[in-house]
Ligand binder design. Structure first.
Ligand code: SF4
Ligand code: SF4
Length: 497
């Protein structure tokens, strides 16, 4: 019996509707109202989505972004007695995003972050448009039952993170994901705090990334993963002792073979102080850890953490080279609790394409390879496998778990909940017009911590709901039943015609 157990179940937070912080949120459709409008109020009455409103006696189309377009059961433009309304696609919609995060996925993620539920059918929220990776796979779900079972049926999506028989913390997370590292410097303290507070509310964790442990995170120690990366920025014995999980970052899927690079204009006074660097000078993290060239060296790293904080779980983040299976099994024998495989579809806009697109294996190949190798070695049930790099939707979560992971790390999805538009300007100090990937004091003013916390909580409550629906349709009671069930997937390339 382990006396350090903290595996108790936690109540989930309520959804609090949290609309966009911008005056004109981007939606898929726009309604045009001509001067023929007689102000009868019929559109306000028939619209179930709150698109129109009456203000000081005037009928206004206030929330274009909530319009579901042709999916509307009672379209206002059909009911208007004088045909003053017409529907069109919002031209801005097609200008945002990229193939991995197409406009539908961005807008549906914003919808989930606002409402805590999946969007209407007019928005595709399950797959992107890349034509590869998760976008080429589907879950083999049986047809929907006419009479769905009640929503509150007990389906467990939580996972245990410590599967070793040792005395370290027993940790259960209530959702099969935690927040991946995003350093202080790459983003400001505002998104960092929003993410960590959301993780605390959801009963999970969030990693600091490699930029140190700002004091503002200290009230949430029990939900922080502190990262030890090659630059050792802000790494202290004190910060290792205050947390329950310590993560070694050996490599990053979006930049395999490269260390981090923070441009000088993001190295503000606070960032420089935290990293013991000089204001305005760029910072490079070396690659690799020059103290680790073998499993034995790696074990010394793990032992170092266990000597400083014997109760902490040790997570090992690696990219996906062709021998990733050997790396994973080596980490197990070195004493790690979690092996975190980071694929190349993720990363913010700062990740260089040359590394992202040409080095290492796609995550959907790496995960089953590691899963099977750990099984053959007889240690699969002694180590937790976490996958990351391009997990955008609850369907991606289910797919990667069916391929053999126990859970996932999120990153870009959290930023999209905060209204990132995937403009790929993250690396520059004043490049992020949404005030997310910035340390510029003026741009930081664009966002509040509490707003961000609620958006991220809502998004992940929607993901959780959808995962429960998927498991129900697969006839499973727990997300653990899905691990390695490749028979629950179909690849579009191999579908019978
Ligand atoms: S239903 Fe038509 S006429 Fe009536 S308020 Fe709406 S737009 Fe104006
Ligand atoms: S610069 Fe800001 S809005 Fe653009 S991709 Fe990066 S985080 Fe998103």
């Amino acid at each position: 019996m382990n006396l350090n157990s903290n595996s108790t179940r936690k109540e989930l937070p309520e959804v609090v509707r949290t609309p966009s912080r911008f005056r004109n949120p981007i939606g898929k459709y726009r309604l045009n109202r001509t001067t023929d409008c007689i102000g009868c109020g019929k559109c306000v009455e028939v619209c179930a989505y709150g698109v129109h409103e009456i203000k000081r006696g005037l009928v206004l189309t206030k929330n274009h972004y909530l319009c579901v377009g042709p999916d509307c059961p009672r379209p206002c433009y059909d009911e208007c007695p004088v045909q003053a309304l017409s529907l069109r696609k919002n031209p801005t919609f097609d200008a945002i995003g990229d193939l991995r995060w197409p406009p539908d996925l961005l807008v549906s993620t914003w919808y989930m972050a606002e409402t805590g539920d999946v969007p209407p059918a007019s928005l595709e929220y399950r797959v992107g448009a890349s034509g590869g990776g998760f976008d080429r796979m589907r879950l083999a779900l049986p047809p929907r039952q006419v009479k769905e079972e009640p929503e509150n049926e007990e389906i467990d999506v939580g996972i245990e993170l410590n599967r070793r028989d040792d005395n370290a913390h027993r940790i259960r997370i209530e959702v099969p994901f935690y927040g991946g590292g995003m350093s202080y410097g790459s983003v400001s303290i505002t998104p960092m705090l929003s993410r960590i507070k959301a993780a605390a509310a959801l009963g999970t964790f969030c990693s600091t990334g490699e930029g140190g442990y700002p004091d503002e995170l200290k009230p949430y120690d029990d939900h922080v993963i502190t990262q030890v990366a090659t630059g050792l920025f802000g790494v202290r014995e004190e910060t290792i002792q205050r947390v329950k999980i310590v993560e070694f970052k050996y490599a990053q899927g979006a930049k395999p073979g490269l260390g981090g690079h923070l441009l000088g204009d993001k190295v503000t006074e606070g960032v420089a102080r935290m990293r013991e660097a000089v204001v305005g000078y760029p910072l490079f993290s070396p690659f690799p850890f020059h103290s680790v060239y073998s499993v034995e060296d790696h074990k010394k790293h793990v032992d170092w953490i266990k000597a400083i904080n014997p109760l902490a779980l040790v997570a090992v983040k690696v990219s996906t080279p062709t021998d990733v299976d050997m790396v994973a099994v080596g980490s197990y024998y070195a004493g790690a609790h979690i092996v975190h495989l980071d694929g190349s579809y993720g990363g913010t806009g700062a990740a260089p394409d040359i590394a992202k697109k040409n080095i290492a294996m796609p995550i959907e190949y790496a995960v089953p390879k590691v899963h099977r190798f750990l099984q053959d070695e007889g240690v699969r049930d002694r180590i937790t496998v976490i996958a990351s790099g391009g997990i955008r939707t609850p369907h991606d979560v289910a797919k990667i778990i069916a391929l053999g992971a126990d859970g996932v790390c999120t990153g870009t999805a959290d930023l999209v909940a905060l209204e990132c538009v995937r403009c790929h300007n993250c690396e520059s100090g004043r490049g992020c017009a949404r005030g997310i990937a910035t340390t510029d004091p003026e741009l930081m003013e664009l966002m509040e911590v509490e707003w961000g916390r609620r958006r991220i909580v809502n998004l992940f409550l929607a993901w959780r709901k959808e995962l429960v629906r998927i498991l129900k349709r697969l006839g499973m009671k727990s997300i653990r039943e899905l691990v390695g069930r490749t028979d629950c997937l179909v690849h579009l390339d191999y579908m019978k015609r």
